[in-house]
Design a protein around this ligand. Structure first.
Ligand code: BMA
Length: 317
């Protein structure tokens, strides 16, 4: 018997900003095809989005957009902030879908992004203090891999990485560990696709994991292939605070799916692709930034209290 009360809760959790989309190709200071799938962090009291921008060759790079309130008056870098070095095997076909977190130990932001390499998409790491200059630390794991983010701290002395390799054509979320951010091992599956559900064909990390007293909030995207193409939606799981390989809860239903016209029409319609979030403690609000239809960037908000009320009554995983 489906829990209809919880489905209603899920459906009402996030509210789209009324002036969505917040960033569109026409806002860009230089010629672009599309803007989407940004990393989001707070830096110097402002919201910083590192936006994936697709140029008119079909290659992506990353550009910073900043705003004081996280909704309006975006200031966009006048040229690409992080360009792909197309002469390297790693970055041959561009940089895509970044996630960012603050690494307290390094006192730097860590950016994990898809490098479209000669061997296929994989995940690479860069660190920055200021979102102007970036130290590129190279590919973390072999292709094919995507949708990666580090946790902001170590567990039992090791860094932990969420990522989404393709193995036997299956697309599950995995967790891997490293003593030094360079050598990765102890790989294990974390969140798997669910037969028959909205997330039956592919799952992958949405925004960076968010720490709460009850555990890590793990927003993820789930994909169902239909006769009209793939539908990308977002769901939620809760991971143990000190042992993040333990999934405590996982929602049955999605929390956000393509509904609005800007989510349904675009280069790839029927896609919402969340990739960055900011928790504002003062207002108890999570701002979730997402790519809409592979064309523009939108934002939706939810109260943290409502998110916790929802996830803590989801089924035990
Ligand atoms: C995924 C990624 C995203 C994209 C999505 C929908 O595989 O490539 O960048 O937004 O597909 O096209």
């Amino acid at each position: 018997m489906p829990n209809l009360y919880r489905q209603k809760q899920a459906n009402n959790l996030f509210t789209r900003y009324e002036k969505n989309p917040i960033l569109q190709p026409k806002d860009w200071p230089y010629a672009v095809n599309s803007v989407m799938n940004p990393a989001a962090v707070e830096y110097n009291g402002e919201t910083v989005l590192l936006v994936r921008v697709e140029d008119l060759r079909g290659f992506s790079h990353l550009t910073v957009a900043k705003s004081k309130d996280g909704f309006s008056n975006w200031r966009i870098d006048s040229e690409p902030t992080m360009r792909a070095n197309h002469n390297t095997r790693e970055e041959k076909w561009g940089l895509e879908d970044p996630r960012a977190i603050w690494l307290e130990e390094q006192k730097q932001f860590a950016i994990t992004y898809t490098t479209f390499s000669e061997g296929g998409p994989t995940v690479s790491l860069a660190i920055t203090k200021n979102f102007q200059t970036f130290a590129r630390l190279g590919a973390m794991l072999p292709p094919e891999d995507k949708d990666a983010c580090l946790f902001p701290r170590r567990f039992n002395g090791r860094f932990a990485l969420i990522h989404r390799p393709i193995v036997r054509e299956e697309a599950h979320m995995w967790l891997s560990f490293s003593p030094d951010l360079k050598h990765w091992g102890d790989h294990r599956t974390l969140i798997m696709t669910r037969h028959g559900y909205w997330d039956c064909h592919r799952v992958g990390l949405a925004c960076q994991p968010i720490e709460t007293p009850q555990g890590w909030l793990l927003f993820y995207h789930g994909v169902r292939n239909t006769t009209a193409g793939a539908i990308y939606r977002m769901g939620l799981a809760l991971l143990d605070l000190e042992q993040p390989w333990k999934v405590l809860r996982r929602g049955d239903e999605w929390l956000l799916g393509p509904r609005e016209i800007y989510e349904r029409l675009g280069d790839v319609g029927g896609v919402i692709f969340p990739s960055g979030a900011i928790f504002d403690k003062d207002t108890d609000t999570v701002r979730l930034y997402y790519g809409a239809a592979d064309c523009s960037v939108a934002v939706a908000t939810a109260k943290m209290q409502d998110i916790m009320d929802y996830i803590t009554c989801c089924p035990k995983a």
